[in-house]
Write a protein that binds this ligand. Sequence first.
Ligand code: SOE
Length: 383
Amino acid sequence: MGEKSKLNIGVIGYGFMGRTHSNAFGQAPKFFDLAYQPVLKAVCGRDNDKVHSFAANWGYASFETDWRRMVERKDIDLIDIASPNDTHEEIAVAAAQAGKMVMCEKPLGRNAAEAGRMVAAVEAANVPNMVWYNYRRAPAVTLAKQLIDDGKLGKIFHYRAKFLQDWTISADLPQGGAGLWRLDAGVAGSGVTGDLLAHCVDTAIWLNGGIEKVSAITETFIKERQHVLTGKVEPVGIDDASLFLARFNNGSLATFEATRYARGHKALNTFEINGEHASIAWDLHDLHHLQYFDHRDEGKLRGWRDINVSDGDHPYVKNWWVPGTQIGYEHTFTHQVVDFVAGLSSGTPASPTFRDGLATDQVTDAVLRSAGSGQWERPGDVT
Ligand code: SOE
């Protein structure tokens, strides 16, 4: 077999997401037969010592401390953005203009206006692009998509989603800086709406189609926090909790809830969908299981089935270990690389593309608008 064409990757950011992405690029070609061989060419971060040791640990051939140098490099095909949200637009637009493929951590922009400019840039340059909404590629979630597309649920009536955490309850937790930029509205764009609900919205649009309108309520429980970068106590601009009602274009009704104030929940990302014939439910805390109830089953045997999505005929699973053993969170990112590369070779781009990421940002913008106006808002309507 001849040597595969290389896909030379430059990752920007070495925090939590820099690690998940680096791991995924490394694992994907080991477990899946990819048309292109991902190569960890360079990683970029501002701190010379930290980025140096990150590069050595994860097997990068080189490192940069200025993302602009990375984007200019002729030996890099794909720029992967794993840095905080306020950097996404500038880097993505420059990378697209330099003719690079672009992958970007979620949410695509701090708001839909930024995301729209990012879509315009990748589409004008005609470069492959993708947003890392990783949970779509948990095998049980992909199986849910297959069951819905096969028509097993019939007409959908209800969609219920939650993403609950509890790590910001302490008033002593500061805002800003590495790790805590998610609490700084200027950097993050919003709080749980863009950080957590965006995951739920991306999955929901994928499984159940577009959202017609939303009615939302948000709250900031802790109004002031010390800022790590200024040392001063400053107002908190993010939403700590965000809940909304929605109507999908297919007529189904939904509730969505995200918070970082649900004591006891670390990453309870769940959805339940109720259709005419069947219902399905999923929970990230038990991510390889899909709950399925089918009313068409024989009456005396009818009940919720607990499908252990770890067999060879389940999505992605046969490429890992033996049936019945488990895979986890990190694998969702690896599957994203696999599908992105498959999209390059087939010519049919894998979703979520930047355009799909924009659709999610339009919904989260509408949620924040509705929380402010007290009115129903439509994702497309911007006044
Ligand atoms: C926040 O704690 C966070 O890390 C999000 O930023 C991720 O997108 C989510 O997958 C897990 O939680």
